[in-house]
Design a protein. Structure first.
Length: 278
């Protein structure tokens, strides 16, 4: 039994080429607000050759890009009862995300998705008023793969509910499956590396592997992922609900986001450099 425990610990330990890192938001980083999304190319932003639509409450601090770093950092901030315009009258959700819908991956296509994120220092995401005071987030994700269709399925998501990271997939009408849950709470200001390889078929031919900080934390074969949507796309930032429960402000930074059909295994073995101020 001791040998098994030791071996398991070794397998779960990050590789020496991808050590844990911390990054406290620096006062030397200059932030600039992103243009409010009007669903045209004029308001899209480009990162690593991919276009994104910004989705946020459209305040000056809601969605920003760094202007003086070695590569761009996206910063999204949500505050209680400030909603993305398109969500008004809908499910009352707060978000500050980069919507990658300009790049669609047809059902059955194997593709990769990699990014880094940190959650800025702040109050734990526990409700303070309304709804169910003292309760945790109903949902909160810092990265997701979304169906492009009326089913609104989220085939893959990285959750922060309960102040811990967890990996989820969905099938059909949002039937959720938890694949992994961290034993430790999120460290604010720490940079986390995420890499996903996924094939979404809407049936048992789906596959998924996910690495966090160079360690494979989830792997799935023979489990249905996705639904009838003909294509899927990536999103990164913060998306949380329900807003009526009065959660504290939350700010997330995203860097080195990539996705495509080419392998991103190199992002598993070698940590990308978090952008620094020039």
């Amino acid at each position: 039994m001791k040998i098994f425990v030791l071996l398991a610990a070794q397998l779960l330990a990050p590789s020496s080429t991808n050590p844990a890192a911390t990054q406290t938001p620096s006062g030397s980083v200059v932030w600039k607000s992103i243009a409010h999304n009007d669903w045209t190319s004029a308001t899209q932003i480009s990162l690593n050759g991919r276009s994104y639509n910004p989705e946020s409450a459209e305040k000056s601090y809601s969605a920003q890009l760094s202007t003086n770093t070695t590569s761009p950092i996206f910063r999204g901030e949500v505050r209680n009862n400030e909603l993305w315009t398109d969500a008004m009258g809908g499910n009352d959700t707060e978000r500050a995300e980069l919507d990658g819908a300009p790049t669609l991956y047809p059902k059955g296509t194997e593709f990769w998705f990699a990014y880094q994120f940190l959650i800025e220092p702040g109050a734990p995401q526990i409700a303070t008023s309304g709804g169910y005071p003292g309760g945790p987030l109903a949902w909160g994700v810092v990265g997701q793969i979304h169906g492009n269709g009326s089913q609104a399925a989220v085939p893959w998501a990285l959750s922060i509910v309960g102040e811990v990271l967890s990996i989820h997939t969905q099938q059909g009408a949002q039937v959720d499956k938890t694949h992994w849950r961290s034993e430790n709470k999120i460290v604010r200001g720490r940079v986390y590396d995420v890499v996903v390889k996924i094939k979404i078929t809407g049936d048992i031919k789906s596959t998924m592997s996910c690495w966090v900080d160079g360690v494979e934390v989830a792997s799935s074969v023979g489990l249905t992922i996705g639904g009838p949507d003909a294509a899927n796309y990536v999103k990164a930032g913060i998306y949380r609900g329900w807003q009526s429960e009065g959660y504290p402000p939350l700010a997330v930074q995203i860097a080195n986001i990539e996705h495509g059909t080419a392998s991103l295994m190199s992002r598993v073995t070698t940590r990308a450099a978090w952008p620094s101020a020039k």
